[in-house]
Design a protein around this ligand. Structure first.
Ligand code: ADP
Ligand code: MG
Length: 757
């Protein structure tokens, strides 16, 4: 394989000229000396496509320019492919090294060149030997005066080399690396980097990095440290990167359009790739990183923008909500909407009226009042003559929504029904028929809503509550129920903005930033297991004072039986001890009627202590509950804990949350302190992202997607993401060149598909 040498077109310049020609109405005069001769000079291959340009009609010229553009695009794609050289054919290393590189996931030269160093090591500090200090890491340069080999023990051999730079002598020492003996020659000059140790009055460096003096490649500068694999040294990897950068570097083409690059002060791609491997220092490294991170985010956002456009082009009906019905809804609400609720509803109405399907994410902290916004959206859709569906993650929550919606929509011409998994036989038939005939306007339920056989006459709006419980598959199934259906997704707790813009990149976002009941008054206490008795003494006091609350046990699939037993045993003990206050047990396996009964009694106060697994986590609204005990709090995620805490003090009354835990990991400790110290959901979400990292936070389905981001950091790069997004969406409106579409697909295609919508 040889390096391609064909003359390369000055891409940006030619594109600019094409643009200029178009804008000036194909006058040829836009280019000094004429288009044809310009191309002869810079790109003869292209000149052939505009032969005789001066004598063409404007129509012919327009066609010629399009052909030119297409050829340029093709040429560019070829270039990208030319970096997709299998790693076996890369310069240097041979098959053994190629195998090791593949183990690092490096399959092509392109992968190699875009392998991002994990960090930089500062080897740039140089000092005369006489000035080195104990403990400092420096580069020294000197002549090898003497070598010795010492057998310390049967399995320990030491090579010791005296290095003299005229100001003093330092000893370089290696253990069990016999090959060094032949590599380092007495009388020659080398440079060494390592940590200085002063021992027995002697300056030493153990296992220093070294190379012949003057090379300044592995020493004497800032050096990238790559993800490593056994058998492949940093030095080898670095050398291979360098060799291939020299050979293939000239093939690296810019992806981000020049104009965008200029606006965002980015480096050319070639310089950026060189800059992450061989930076002059941390600032140059950061500039290079920033360019590559932007590029990555830009492509990702472009993918999302393209998908959104396709989605919009599929079209949807423009709905016309009946203003009288909507007004009546607002007038009969038992409270005044907050400013951000009003804003969200206005945004939703605008989306519904538009001739394309809505995709909107409604974000808000626990208790910010998302439900009423959803109800308003349903009123709009139904009053426009279509049907609406609301999906909740659990039966209890679906049941609650059913009650709440019925209350909120009282007196409006809207027929509400519920469809739960447990609804069977006649009842189910009746609902399905009503739905198909359009006699039911609003259907509330669980995933049962998008099972086989559920047909809407005209589904205009689907609301998905507490989305993180829903898989992507369900999202898709839902969309199949109605082409062009408007979708409103509500997050259970806030999602960090970077994540929202990535995972929900095609969605518009409405944020409920105010709480309807300001000054929430929940105190959070983290106590160790040894103080459990004190907690329950306090529970007793609260119950005696007439309060009501929850005791929550974790429940995870892997240990479901054991977890359930723990909750049941606790229930038995507590119901004996607090029989007088009424104790109930709630978990997902109870029969639906039992769940309904328990929730009802808890609401009414016949049960005042509810022992439960995490089924109450999401969305439950029993306003007068004031205390919450979370057992094994270390087993919950941070957002989950915050969601649980959202169950109490919902009217602004004082409330207390006890998190009982003796965490064994650092991460769990950080989680619990964050939970104790932060009560703002948006900040909790950011902290969660910081503690867990993006991959974990997003769950398995989305993991692959984020792991495709090699450079960008969803924690640090919010601003970069914002500008990359803006640029990508702007470009998508103007039209995306073919080579970029291809590149987006190549990098993110499958992962974007898995995002579902
Ligand atoms: P979440 O956003 O967590 O789903 P909900 O929609 O359940 O929150 O609302 C929390 C509580 O606040 C409910 O009891 C609801 O009736 C009440 N609420 C919602 N909006 C307002 C408002 N504008 N003024 C007063 N109370 C409100
Ligand atoms: Mg809710």
């Amino acid at each position: 394989m040889s390096t391609p040498t064909t003359k390369e077109p000055p891409w940006a310049l030619i594109e600019k000229v094409i643009g200029l020609e178009r804008r000036k109405g194909f006058r040829d005069a836009a280019v000094i000396g004429g288009l044809e001769s310009f191309l002869e000079l810079h790109w003869p291959e292209g000149a052939a496509l505009v032969r005789g340009y001066a004598g063409m009609t404007p129509d012919e010229r327009a066609r010629a320019l399009s052909a030119l553009e297409a050829a340029l695009d093709r040429k560019r794609r070829e270039k990208f492919r030319s970096l997709a050289v299998p790693i076996e054919e890369a310069a240097g290393g041979g098959p053994a090294v190629a195998k090791l590189l593949r183990r690092l996931g490096i399959e092509t030269v392109e992968d190699l060149l875009t392998t991002f160093p994990r960090r930089l090591e500062d080897r740039s500090k140089r000092k005369p030997v006489a000035q080195v200090r104990d403990g400092e890491s420096v580069t020294v340069q000197g002549t090898v005066r003497a070598k010795s080999r010492i057998k310390v023990r049967s399995k320990l051999e030491l090579i010791k080399v005296a290095v003299d730079d005229g100001t003093g002598v330092i000893f370089a020492i290696w253990f069990n690396q016999p090959w060094i003996w032949d590599e380092i020659e007495q009388g020659k000059e080398y440079s060494f980097f390592g940590k200085v140790q002063i021992r027995f009055g002697e300056r030493q460096m153990e296992n220093p990095v070294w190379e012949p003096a003057g090379k300044d490649f592995h020493t004497g500068r800032w050096v990238p440290i790559y993800p490593s694999t056994e058998g492949l040294s940093q030095g080898t990897l670095r050398a291979i990167v360098k060799r291939n950068l020299a050979r293939f570097g000239p093939l690296i083409e810019d992806l981000v359009p020049e104009e965008v690059r200029r606006r965002n002060k980015l480096l050319p791609r070639r310089a950026a790739i060189a800059g992450i491997h061989f930076p002059e220092g941390p600032e140059a490294f950061e500039a290079a990183r920033r360019t590559l991170a932007f590029e990555e985010l830009f492509l990702l956002q472009l993918g999302l923008a393209l998908r959104k456009r396709r989605w919009r082009e599929e079209g949807g009906k423009a709905l016309e909500p009946d203003p009288d019905v909507v007004r009546k809804f607002y007038e009969t609400l038992p409270f005044e909407l907050t400013g951000s609720q009003v804003r969200a509803l206005r945004e939703i109405e605008r989306d519904l009226r538009a001739p394309y399907p809505m995709m909107r994410l409604l974000q808000g902290d626990v208790g910010s009042g998302k439900t009423v916004v959803a109800a308003g959206a349903c009123v709009m859709a139904v009053s426009a003559g279509t049907q609406a569906a609301v999906m909740a993650p659990t039966e209890i929550l679906a049941e609650q929504h059913f009650l709440v919606f019925r209350e909120l929509l009282k007196g409006l011409p809207i027929r509400v029904e519920r469809l739960l998994g447990s609804v069977r036989g006649r009842e189910r038939e009746r609902i399905l028929e009503g739905l198909a005939r359009g006699e039911i306007d609003l259907l509330i339920g669980t995933h049962a809503l998008f099972q086989e056989g559920v047909e809407f006459r005209d589904l205009g709006l689907a609301v998905i509550d507490e989305q993180h419980r829903f898989g992507v598959v369900q999202r898709e199934a839902l969309q199949k129920k109605g082409k062009g259906t408007n979708i409103l997704v509500m997050s259970a707790t806030p999602i960090p903005r970077t994540v929202a813009l990535t995972l929900y990149g095609e969605f518009s976002i409405s944020v409920l930033s105010e709480m309807p009941i300001p000054g929430k008054n929940v105190r959070t206490v983290w106590v160790s297991e040894s103080r459990r008795d004190e907690v329950y003494a306090e529970v007793e006091r609260l119950l005696r004072a007439g309060e009501k609350g929850y005791v929550i046990f974790p429940l995870v699939e892997e240990s479901e039986e054991m977890d359930l037993r723990a909750a049941t045993v606790a229930y038995e003990e507590l119901s004996e001890r607090f029989a007088w206050a009424g104790v109930g047990l709630m978990h997902g396996r109870l029969p639906p009627e039992e769940k309904r009964r328990v929730m009802g009694e808890f609401r009414e106060g016949r049960i005042r202590l509810l022992v439960s697994t995490t089924v109450v986590e999401v969305g439950l609204d029993v306003p007068d509950a004031t205390f919450l005990v979370i057992e094994h709090a270390d087993r919950f995620g941070l957002s989950q804990l915050h969601q649980l805490r959202g169950r109490i003090g919902r009217q602004g009354q004082p409330a207390v949350c006890y998190a009982i835990a003796d965490p064994t990991t650092d991460e769990a400790r950080r989680r619990l302190s964050a939970f104790r110290d932060i009560d703002d959901g948006f900040r909790i979400a950011e902290e969660d992202l910081r503690i867990r990292g993006p991959g974990d936070l997003l769950g398995t389905a989305q993991h692959g997607f984020v792991s495709r981001l090699k450079v960008a950091d969803l924690i640090r790069d919010l601003w970069l993401l914002e500008s990359a997004r803006e640029e990508a969406f702007r470009l998508a409106r103007k039209g995306v060149p073919g080579y970029l579409v291809e590149e987006v697909e190549r990098r993110f295609g499958a992962a974007l598909d898995r995002l579902g919508v």
